[in-house]
Design a binder for this molecule. Sequence first.
Ligand code: C5P
Length: 229
Amino acid sequence: MPKGFVIAIDGPAAAGKGTISPLLAKKLNGFYLYTGAMYRCLALLCIEKGISTKDKESIIKILPGFEINFSDGEVFLNGKEVAERIKKEDVAMGSSDVATIKEVREAMVIKQKSMAEEIIENGKPVIAEGRDTATRVFPNADLKIFLTAKAEVRAKRRVIQIEEGGDKTEFENVLKDVKLRDSQDTNRETDPLVKTPGDYGYIVLDNSSMSEEETVDKIISLAKQKALI
Ligand code: C5P
């Protein structure tokens, strides 16, 4: 049986992780573990229940009734398919709030590890994507990529995604949200997005002027260099 392995891809908001990682998983016949979806789903549950995404006590109380499953690009929150809904900006900002809560992170990491274990045991690669997948979730990941791009480039890509989803937005507002999320994600106490990725074993990949295909090819060549494939 082939050996399972983990490629961990972390980086700031809208760096292209959510596009590159599933493409990579497809090419490698692996499992795409979108950890951000878990924080997004919890934020959505808060919104639906009318709980503030900053209300730590109430959020900890709803954690036991929070169930998330992935299947072929679909995301199920307590049995309901929410893949499109969790892409919206209200959920994005709320996810960054709930992700600052230590108890939330602990519960998510347990779930992420157990999902991955099953895949690896079956000899398949896991392509994990998020902010702490190479530091907290899979510190022994076989390949650690820090995918980034200039904030303006990321905001521009995000505007295109939002407009493709049928919503209207302003570049300046999106840039502000992207920078706010970056600041919240890098400055939180528990498992922040690291500021000096090179010190944590990441290979830094700035894809500001790379196409999606070039970025995927680059990661595949790095996986080959590590003899993973
Ligand atoms: O990656 P994505 O933008 O979907 O993640 C949404 C939010 O979830 C991030 O802004 C971040 O606050 C949080 N997150 C996290 N740790 C992860 C993945 C996402 O804190 N591993």
